[in-house]
Design a protein around this ligand. Structure first.
Ligand code: ADP
Ligand code: MG
Ligand code: ZN
Length: 481
């Protein structure tokens, strides 16, 4: 088979974190309320009404664009994108076409590669169709207009990504940036972030791009990655066997793990774009743009670098801990409060290996976790310094903290988990472990270092995990000399 290089470009919709919709005063939080309650004559496209642009949406859009290093166009215009579909009562969507409000930015992946951002434009969302209730399929469809007119930005990347993994990292970083700056909460389950993926293959070394497919219906970053992996295989097989990729839109089928054609280029909509006659051009006041730029808070990458520098975290730990803002705030809150630098790494381990796992299991939010940063810091100190707690015991304490919200000191006391670093007690455990494991003792004396592990294990067991392992090692070696 020939060798191919994937070329990937992503189009990402993110819902701006405003209170109200893009062109009317309706609430834009349509997710938790009954269908068709956040609607008005404007967002349901009734005659005789006029749209009024939401200033906050523009501000958040500008903030997002500036955070990605985009240029803000001094004047941009809104355009009507015309199509007929039951979720779109106006029969057109107000969007931006030829003159979007921003363009020419970039996003640096944690690994260092830079992906171009072609443009970002503002547009309104459509409604939502319901084809089933619970698991019951309907033989009709229901429509909910709550989301109609909600403010979105569409971020279109350059075709600069080369692997599904890079696409995944781009999305993760984009989401983190939008969340950090408060532009969007990017909750995919609420439809606040959606992605279409464009992918083509070219022969290794070729300059010209191949024909692309656009994949839709991607409900998670994992789905994006899997769909791209599937497309790479499909297109490579097609091209290798003398076939051709046709330009088309394909749908990802999560259950089957496949993409299938939705519509070809010939069937593509003609949106008959034209300038929106009901809105004046959007003028970006340079002083306002400058002010928004100045107010952009620390971005994930800067925070990552700062955590590495200040707390000697590894690249990996820092990138996991900064992947979303609430997690970074929690971890940093704990890092700030530990007493010994030896506990920094323990904080990272507790957050990543214990806390995230537990939150994942319980589908919980770190913002509402019973474990407060200060308590995590205390636990990390107890584990790292003075060797008061073994790693296994720390895990037990954490679990108890997670379910009860108690302080670690209290749990350690209640459960008698404090590590024993008292020579006498340790010697007693060693004495009985040695007498019960004569073979391991002989082996060790014959030079088998691994036999020591058996003995340490036996001592730990005798102490119910409470013996200080460093001390056990030291005294054992002295005893066996
Ligand atoms: P459309 O509006 O028809 O979707 P665009 O030109 O706006 O087309 O491109 C959409 C996305 O497709 C962009 O993210 C771009 O980077 C990507 N793209 C364009 N050409 C290719 C290609 N040959 N292979 C992969 N991605 C591509
Ligand atoms: Mg497209
Ligand atoms: Zn409305």
């Amino acid at each position: 088979m020939k060798e191919f290089e994937p070329v990937i470009g992503l189009e990402v919709h993110a819902q701006l974190a405003t209170q109200s919709k893009l062109f009317c005063g309706c609430s834009s939080h349509g997710f938790d309320v009954p269908p068709n309650t956040n609607i008005c004559p404007i967002c349901t496209g009734q005659p005789g009404v006029l749209p009024v642009l939401n200033r906050k949406a523009v501000e958040l859009g500008f903030r997002a664009a500036l955070a990605l290093g985009c240029k803000i166009r001094p004047t941009s215009i809104f355009a009507r994108k015309n199509y007929f579909y039951p979720d779109l009562p106006k029969n057109y969507q107000i969007s931006q076409y030829e003159e979007p409000f921003s363009e020419k930015g970039s996003l640096r992946l944690p690994g260092g590669r830079t992906i171009g951002v072609h443009r970002i434009h503002l547009e309104e969302d459509a409604g939502k169709l319901l084809h089933s209730i619970g698991n019951r399929d309907l033989d009709y469809s229901l429509v909910d207009f709550n989301r109609c007119g909600a403010p979105l930005i569409e971020t279109v990347s350059e075709p600069d990504m080369r692997t599904p993994q890079e696409a995944y990292e781009y999305l993760t970083e984009l989401k983190a940036i939008f969340q950090y700056i408060g532009a969007s909460s990017c909750d995919m389950e609420k439809g606040e972030m959606r992605c279409d993926a464009n992918i083509s293959l070219r022969e290794k070394g070729a300059e010209k791009f191949g024909v692309r497919a656009e994949v839709k219906n991607l409900n998670s970053f994992k789905a994006v990655k899997e769909a791209l992996e599937y497309e790479i295989k499909r297109q490579a097989e097609l091209l290798s066997s003398g076939g051709r990729v046709v330009q088309e839109t394909r749908l990802w089928n999560e259950k089957e793990g496949k993409t299938a054609p939705m519509r070809s280029k010939e069937e593509a909509h003609d949106y008959r774009y034209f300038p929106e006659p009901d809105l004046v051009p959007l003028e970006a006041d340079p002083a306002w743009v400058e002010k928004i730029k100045k107010e952009i808070p620390e971005l994930p990458r800067q925070r990552r670098e700062r955590l590495i520098k200040t707390y000697q975290l590894s690249e990996y730990d820092a990138s996991v801990l900064t992947s979303y803002k609430d997690l970074a705030d929690h971890a940093e809150g704990a890092l700030k409060q530990v007493k010994s630098p030896a506990a920094y790494k323990v904080v990272a381990n507790l957050e990543i290996n214990q806390h995230l796992a537990k939150l994942n299991e319980s589908k919980g939010d770190i913002g509402n976790s019973k474990v407060k940063p200060q308590q995590l810091a205390a636990l990390a100190d107890m584990t790292a310094t003075a060797a008061t707690l073994s790693t296994a015991a720390a895990k037990m304490v954490f679990e108890e903290m997670f379910s009860t919200g108690k302080n670690p000191q209290e749990i350690v006391k209640e459960k008698g988990l404090a590590q024993v670093s008292d020579d006498k007690a340790v010697q007693e455990w060693i004495k009985s472990a040695v007498s019960e494991n004569q073979k391991a003792v002989d082996d060790f004396r014959k030079g088998n270092e691994r036999a020591l592990g058996v003995l340490v294990g036996a001592v730990m067991k005798k102490s119910q995990g409470k013996a200080n392992p460093g001390l056990v090692n030291k005294i054992l070696k002295e005893t066996l000399k």
